[in-house]
Design a protein around this ligand. Structure first.
Ligand code: NAD
Length: 252
């Protein structure tokens, strides 16, 4: 059964991406009004998705701004508050990879990944968290990665950013726990998506061998975990990292 999120408004960064669009749909199916955020350069491509959502009767709109840019995020969120009212749920899902072994990694590759994957959590969550605390209800779900838990060759930037995501989660969870606001991390394993399509076939075959469930995850597997953490049934879960990885990486 869907969690009941009627009367809630959710903001999903990376909401037009492979995982983000499934998260938007799951939250909207649970009754929330949803604002999907994407990069301005992805706005045109989002038209088809918007039409799909409209046809399915899902209340999802799209806004474009760069979540790695603090000023852009602050002004976009201020405009959104004026148009759409308060935001009750934030899903920080925007993320990129710029892979290279450290000895060949450029400062730009490092900064771009940290900017989109980690700075964005500050840029997007900080302007919204006070309102959630004042209203006495809120949900922040941050999307990390199995590679933030175990590291991955060629991903010092990505692994550092994703490990940082959960550090942010644990610290903020403590700051807002008494205000009815929970903060959690969902750590996807390898998900059927363009991010995985970009991995060379030989490496993908190896990855698959290491997944006990014998398949990649579906975006809907991640969306279901996010929707659960946003529900009232999860109100006592905070500061947690929920791995959704088909058993690929387990920790005590
Ligand atoms: P995707 O590439 O399909 O989509 C990325 C989304 O983020 C798009 O909507 C894009 O517009 C948005 N975005 C990128 N940079 C942005 C910026 N600067 N400002 C605003 N929006 C921006 O990504 P995905 O595969 O759906 O991954 C979603 C999240 O899940 C990411 O955080 C990723 O690190 C994480 N993740 C993905 C996988 C996987 O297998 N796909 C595995 C583990 C973790």
């Amino acid at each position: 059964m869907n969690p009941d999120l009627r009367s809630k408004t959710a903001l999903v960064t990376g909401g037009t991406g492979a995982i983000g669009r499934a998260v938007c749909a799951a939250l909207a199916e649970a009754g929330a009004s949803v604002v999907a955020v994407c990069l301005p350069s992805d706005l045109e491509a989002a038209d088809a998705l918007l039409a799909q959502w409209r046809d399915a009767g899902l209340p999802i709109t799209v806004r474009a701004f760069d979540v790695s840019d603090a000023d852009q995020a602050a002004s976009a969120l201020a405009r959104l508050a004026a148009d759409a009212g308060p935001i009750d749920i934030v899903v920080n899902c925007a993320g990129i990879t710029r892979d290279a072994p450290l000895r060949r990694m450029t400062a730009q590759q490092w900064q771009q990944v940290l900017g989109v994957n980690l700075d964005s959590l500050f840029n997007v969550t900080q302007p919204l968290i006070d309102g959630m605390c004042q209203r006495g209800w809120g949900r922040v779900v941050n999307i990390s990665s199995v590679n933030g838990q175990k590291g991955q060759f060629g991903q010092t930037n990505y692994a550092a950013s994703k490990a940082g995501v959960h550090g942010f989660t644990m610290a903020l969870a403590q700051e807002v726990a008494r205000k009815g606001v929970t903060v959690n991390t969902v750590a996807p394993g390898y998900i059927d998506s363009p991010m995985i399509d970009a991995v060379p076939e030989a490496i993908r075959a190896d990855i698959l061998k290491g997944i006990p469930a014998g398949r990649y995850g579906h975006p809907a597997d991640i969306a279901a975990a996010v929707a659960f953490l946003c529900s009232d049934a999860a109100s006592y879960i905070t500061g947690a990292q929920l791995p959704v990885n088909g058993g690929m990486y387990m920790s005590a």
